[in-house]
Ligand binder design. Structure first.
Ligand code: C2E
Ligand code: MG
Ligand code: MG
Length: 278
């Protein structure tokens, strides 16, 4: 359940999906699934990305693409976002208490969350409440969220970093990042979008793009995660370009909290190698 929800100020509509979504938020019908990120080239476990799902009473597990945009329009995204951060922290502390190690988890921020001035303090409080040291929680923001007002976004990212979060740029390469601002981004890593990874083993231009982005990222002090790695040929190509981390169906689909715990019991958990900007 989501205990700390406040009444929403969202516009009221009679759309059945809207009614269901509001009910889902009050009833806490959401769950986080966890997809491993692994190190290149040894495949050692590095951490999870938390991905939200809606456990719909009749439709089963609904992926975020089918409800997050509408949730945003209804003004409910910040409530869900707060629950996601708190749940990820709770899960990390529970795994640690169960002897499964000091796992790190990343969560995806919505645009409204990044603009919320209360976020850094809330984050600091959450980490303290769950006894999580700096760097255990990572926040993923998309390029698109930085583009309207890059100076403001950079200041907000700095505050989040100072509050103890690691930061990454999600879906990197799909927006139009300004190289001028790029130099000043206070982030640890870039997540190279699946569109570039998809044909990296077959398309010369995509391969050049991946190689170039990885080299540039490293020169600027960022680590690189390749998203959506589905086969060995892609992994081999990206390893040749010195990619740091892999995430994709080749290694694992997103797992329920319980199955992620089983994964941790079986994973080779080796000490984390510091990333260039850590
Ligand atoms: P994302 O953050 O880029 O997450 C990666 C998406 O790619 C996930 O989809 C994941 O299941 C999928 N994926 C992972 N490996 C592979 C692969 O090898 N092949 C293919 N085809 N897909 C792969 P998912 O879970 O449906 O999430 C979609 C998007 O929804 C996420 O993209 C993220 O932008 C958003 N999202 C997820 N959880 C949250 C959340 O808690 N809050 C917010 N604001 N957005 C979220
Ligand atoms: Mg993400
Ligand atoms: Mg992504």
């Amino acid at each position: 359940a989501m205990p700390d929800l406040e009444p929403s100020t969202a516009p009221s509509t009679d759309d059945p999906l809207d009614r269901e979504l509001r009910a889902a938020v009050s009833a806490g019908e959401f769950e986080l699934h966890y997809q491993p990120k692994v190190r290149c080239p040894d495949g050692g476990f590095e951490g999870f990305e938390a991905l939200v799902r809606w456990r719909h009473p009749t439709r089963g597990l609904v992926p975020p693409g089918q409800f997050i945009p509408r949730l945003g329009e209804l003004g409910l995204a910040p409530l869900l976002g707060r629950w996601v951060m708190a749940e990820a922290c709770r899960q990390m502390a529970a795994w640690e208490a169960a002897g499964l190690g000091t796992v790190s988890v990343s969560v995806n921020l919505s645009p409204g969350q990044l603009r919320d001035p209360a976020l850094p303090d809330r984050l600091r409080q959450l980490l303290r409440d769950h006894g999580l040291g700096p760097g255990r929680l990572e926040l993923e923001v998309t390029e698109a969220m930085l583009m309207d007002d890059p100076d403001d976004a950079i200041a907000r990212l700095r505050a989040l970093r100072d509050a103890g979060a690691r930061l990454s740029i999600d879906d990197f390469g799909t927006g139009w990042s300004s190289m001028a601002h790029f130099r000043h981004l206070p982030v640890n890593q870039l997540k190279l979008d699946r569109v570039f990874v998809q044909h990296v083993d077959r398309d010369r231009r995509d391969a050049s793009l991946c190689a170039g982005v990885i080299a540039l990222a490293h020169r600027l002090g960022f680590g690189v995660v390749a998203e959506g790695v589905e086969n060995e040929a892609q992994a081999k190509r990206l390893a040749g370009f010195d990619c740091d981390l892999f995430q994709g169906f080749l290694y694992s689909r997103p797992l329920s909290g319980e199955r992620a715990g089983d994964y941790l019991r079986g994973a080779r958990i080796t000490p984390r190698t510091p990333s260039p900007s850590a």
